[in-house]
Design a protein around this ligand. Structure first.
Ligand SMILES: Cc1cc2nc3c(=O)[nH]c(=O)nc-3n(C[C@H](O)[C@H](O)[C@H](O)COP(=O)(O)O)c2cc1C
Length: 191
């Protein structure tokens, strides 16, 4: 079992990253191999809409030669893809949105056949933190991933979201128990 965590936070002292690392620890303890991509250290360009990827039928096929290439390789090998982000203006951060856009390259449109997605076994999940109530601030990110999964015929396992504790640590007993429940749900879905 393999999980790929794509961390969309922009700062290193991050609530979202701390929460996601607790989640990763839980998965690790259950025997899941977890790989991490920290987008703040990566060069991920925006999709340029050239559509060349869609006719490369057997691989990612994106023509942009940046760090998304190694992320795409890992996505193909993983059972679980976790998109994490702080909420910025009701959305994931630009780097995470760029990754989400670039996964469209996995959808293939053969000339004389039906469209298909190269991803088959992968399940999607989301981790977010927001300054205000999660239900009213993480919902658009959640809905994007739900629709992305539906479009690609993949399962979406839902989200773990915690409100920014302000000056306190995000690793309080309430969020730790939320992490435990969500990690268990994800583990049960991929085991
Ligand atoms: C540019 C910017 C935009 C933000 N927009 C929202 C928002 O729309 N809704 C919200 O609840 N919090 C918003 N926040 C607060 C962050 O989501 C919150 O503090 C989060 O926990 C920060 O995560 P991090 O520590 O991982 O960077 C925003 C913060 C920044 C810097």
């Amino acid at each position: 079992m393999k999980a790929c965590l794509i961390h969309g936070n922009t700062r290193s002292n991050s609530n979202t990253e701390a929460l996601a690392m607790l989640f990763a620890d839980d998965l690790n303890e259950k025997g899941v191999e977890v790989c991490h991509f920290f987008l703040r250290d990566k060069n991920i360009q925006s999709c340029v809409g050239c559509n060349k990827c869609h006719s490369v039928l057997d691989s990612f096929g994106c023509v942009i030669n940046d760090d998304m290439q190694e992320i795409a390789k890992e996505i193909l090998l993983s059972d679980l893809i976790v998109y994490t982000s702080p909420i910025y203006t009701w959305m994931p951060t630009p780097s995470q949105k760029a990754v989400m856009d670039r996964t469209y390259a996995f959808t293939k449109y053969p000339e004389n056949d039906d469209a298909f997605c190269l991803l088959k076994k992968q399940k999607y999940a989301m981790i977010a933190t927001s300054g205000d109530e999660c239900e009213r601030n993480c919902d658009l990110f959640d809905e994007s991933l739900r629709r992305m999964a539906k479009f690609a015929n993949l399962s979406y396992l839902g989200y773990l979201a915690v409100k920014d504790p302000g000056n306190g640590s995000i690793a309080n007993s309430e969020s730790i128990s939320k992490v435990r429940v969500f990690a268990n749900k994800c583990f049960e879905a991929i085991k």
